[in-house]
Design a protein around this ligand. Structure first.
Ligand code: SAH
Ligand code: SF4
Length: 347
């Protein structure tokens, strides 16, 4: 029998599991606390649990944890990038950024990605598998343990499409915001999606207080379908309708991500068209100088085009920022370390 993934269980589920083993309710709380508050990775580290019980737990459960394969620290801004390995031989990346208001972690939700965006390194090699709640949590616990600090904000912007792994991601969100665990408030969590429209409505039904980031990257279907195949299933109108409903219902601003690629989506016409499309939506636009990826054709827009694009959006009343590049010396954009490792293993 496969051992159960204990760190993916919520407190109630753990109580039920332990009850079936004849154990009292308070044990569940103790064990949950060790895993989710103290971040232990072995039952033997649980000092208020008897040896007998530790043996029983080891027979029935496993505490999932990632292994650090590589760690890069930026000389410029303390950004830390991890390459983690998983027991089945897969690799994940995660980045910890040191902001004025605390440490933010960028986590992955899948190994690989199905969405096939033309500019993204995460999808090269296709989709491998979904990550379980414990595998998303462990990216945080492992970094906290290694760095000896507490993470205060989370962005689901690493490898994978979070809304394509809906149930596991919803469970992760519940676990990470649980007051018996890390207790990171939903207002300190952002989820980024390429635009799986039905899942945006599903998310809305859960009434989460998280920030929704939408990877828009183009002002119209012609450009967006060329660089993001998901647009052929749900077009810009359908996506923006869902965004408007989401923002109106939650009163939370949508953050539109727009990666600036030279000659692709960075012209003044694109800026004017984007301004028109976003009119009336409670939102913020985040312009990202695109990261160049060896295997991909696009190049980054120059600073002058980005500034001009920003000023057109601002003249049209939009709230705009240009994302500053963190960890530029350690290649902090997602997917690249994993690619290097996979290629290294093939040689
Ligand atoms: N799958 C989700 C979340 C992970 S990608 C999504 O697509 O939103 C996180 C962000 O990085 C997205 O906004 C994505 O469009 C962006 N991104 C991917 N590759 C990029 C690149 N080469 N340059 C700049 N941004 C990129
Ligand atoms: Fe997947 Fe997001 Fe990359 Fe698109 S940008 S391939 S959705 S991870």
């Amino acid at each position: 029998m496969d051992k159960k993934d204990i760190a993916s269980l919520n407190l109630q589920e753990l109580e039920i599991e332990l009850k079936a083993m004849g154990l009292p309710k308070f044990r569940a709380k103790q064990i949950y606390d060790w895993i989710h508050k103290k971040g232990v990775t072995e039952f033997s580290e649980m000092t208020n649990i008897s040896k007998d019980l530790i043996c029983k737990l080891n027979d029935n459960f496993v505490i999932f944890s990632c292994t650090i394969e590589k760690k890069l620290v930026s000389r410029y801004d303390n950004t830390v990038k991890y390459l983690y390995s998983l027991p089945d031989g897969e690799y994940l990346e995660c980045v910890v950024m040191d902001y004025k208001y605390g440490h933010t972690i960028c986590v992955s939700t899948q190994v690989g990605c199905k969405m096939g965006c033309a500019f993204c390194a995460s999808g090269i090699g296709g989709f491998k598998r979904h990550l379980r709640p414990s595998e998303i949590l462990s990216q945080i616990y492992t970094a906290q343990r290694d760095l000896g600090l507490r993470i205060s904000r989370i962005v689901l912007m690493g490898m994978g499409e979070p809304l394509d792994n809906f149930d596991n991601v919803m469970k992760f969100l519940a676990l990470v915001s649980d007051e018996n665990g890390l207790n990171i408030g939903m207002r300190h969590i952002s989820l980024s999606t390429s635009g799986i429209v039905p899942r945006i409505y599903d998310l809305l039904e859960r009434k989460p207080q998280l920030t929704l980031s939408v990877s828009l990257h183009a002002p119209n279907d012609e450009i967006r379908s060329r660089i993001m195949p998901v647009n052929k299933s749900w077009n810009v109108d359908q996506l923006l309708d869902a965004c408007k409903v989401y923002a109106d219902t939650t009163s939370r601003r949508i953050s539109f991500e727009y990666a600036m690629m030279k000659g692709v989506n960075d012209t003044p016409e694109c800026a004017r068209e984007l301004s028109k499309r976003l009119k009336g939506i409670l939102c913020h636009v985040n312009l990202i100088p695109a990261n160049e990826v060896k295997e991909k054709a696009h190049t980054r827009s120059d600073d002058a085009s980005i500034e001009q694009f920003k000023s057109i959006l601002e003249k049209n009343g939009l709230n705009v920022t240009i994302r500053r590049t963190l960890g530029s010396d350690i290649n902090a954009s997602c997917g690249q370390l994993r690619r290097e490792k996979i290629l290294e293993n093939q040689n």
